[in-house]
Design a protein around this ligand. Structure first.
Ligand code: ADP
Length: 271
């Protein structure tokens, strides 16, 4: 008998020992599509364009830099932007005819629904059931292997994707991304309600594009204020961070190197 409990699974890689896991591993049932994955984190938003993919990408980068084995699934069929943000092109291949090998970049295992679309525009007409089906298939058929964290970038405004996911696999928690303005927050309340309904803990709220600091150092709250805190209060979760609008975030994102990788010492990256 070993004196160790194996509740965190078997971490054979050497650099894990110094890390404490912030959350307990997911309980997995026999038919769980992700048997080798310790933590599944959903990144959700009410609307598109609020920085959800940027958050998901940089979160995955940050976890990977801390030595966690990390995967990133871009399930945002309406705008699969993660391949661009990480500078990945090419198609994943299947070596055994059954599972698809994820691509890899900066040590992160990466899969995007965009890799599999012949015509990226065709996905836009997908309706709920097709989307749910594709996502389940994706989780099951991708050879993720053993991971500490799998970060899922979900399509915007679809709390129901989280719901169908939660029915099939146990989810560690969700990170909600919003901007400070009210129009964005209306939808985001629905995502939070959906999480609560299916017992997905809201780990925290990220408020993006909170303000802009001009060259004279003056702070402008372009999209209003208070949205992130309001969502956090509603979700009874912490407001993790307020990220200012920073040209570098967009520029590095477009160039295929996320800010956490390109400018690790900058304040936006620390956020
Ligand atoms: P979503 O996934 O919510 O649609 P994205 O993460 O794709 O949003 O972000 C939309 C665009 O805004 C991208 O071009 C991204 O680089 C840019 N962006 C996101 N956050 C910031 C920020 N804090 N400052 C500047 N540009 C940002």
């Amino acid at each position: 008998m070993s004196e160790h409990s194996h509740s965190h699974g078997d971490h054979s890689h050497g650099d894990d020992a110094g890390h404490d896991h912030p959350h307990r591993s997911r309980p997995t049932s026999g038919d769980d599509p992700l048997p080798g994955v310790q933590h599944v984190i959903l990144v959700m938003s009410g609307k598109g364009g609020v920085g959800k993919s940027t958050t998901a990408t940089n979160l995955a980068m940050a976890l990977s830099k801390r030595g966690f084995r990390t995967g990133l699934l871009d399930a945002d069929i309406y705008g699969p932007s993660i391949p661009t943000m990480l500078g990945v092109t090419g198609r994943p291949v299947s070596t055994d005819g059954k599972t698809i090998a994820p691509l890899e970049r900066f040590g992160i295992k990466l899969m995007s629904i965009g890799f599999l679309l012949d015509d990226p525009k065709s996905a836009v007409i997908w309706r709920g059931p097709m989307l749910h089906g594709a996502l389940q298939q994706f989780l099951k058929d991708v050879a993720w292997g053993d991971l500490d964290y799998l970060v899922l970038d979900l399509p915007p405004g679809t709390g129901d994707v989280a719901l169908s996911l939660a029915q099939r696999t146990s989810v560690t928690g969700a990170v909600i991304v919003t901007t400070p303005q009210n129009v964005a927050t209306d939808d985001v309340f629905k995502s939070v309600s959906m999480c609560t309904k299916v017992d997905i803990p809201v780990l925290g709220v990220v408020e993006n594009m909170s303000w802009f600091i001009d060259s004279a150092g003056v702070k402008h709250e372009l999209f209003g204020a208070g949205g992130g805190q309001a969502i956090a209060d509603f979700a009874k979760a912490p407001l993790l961070v307020q990220i200012p609008i920073d040209q570098n975030v967009r520029e590095w994102g477009d160039k295929g190197t996320p800010i956490v990788q390109a400018m690790p010492e900058s304040t936006v990256a620390a956020a």
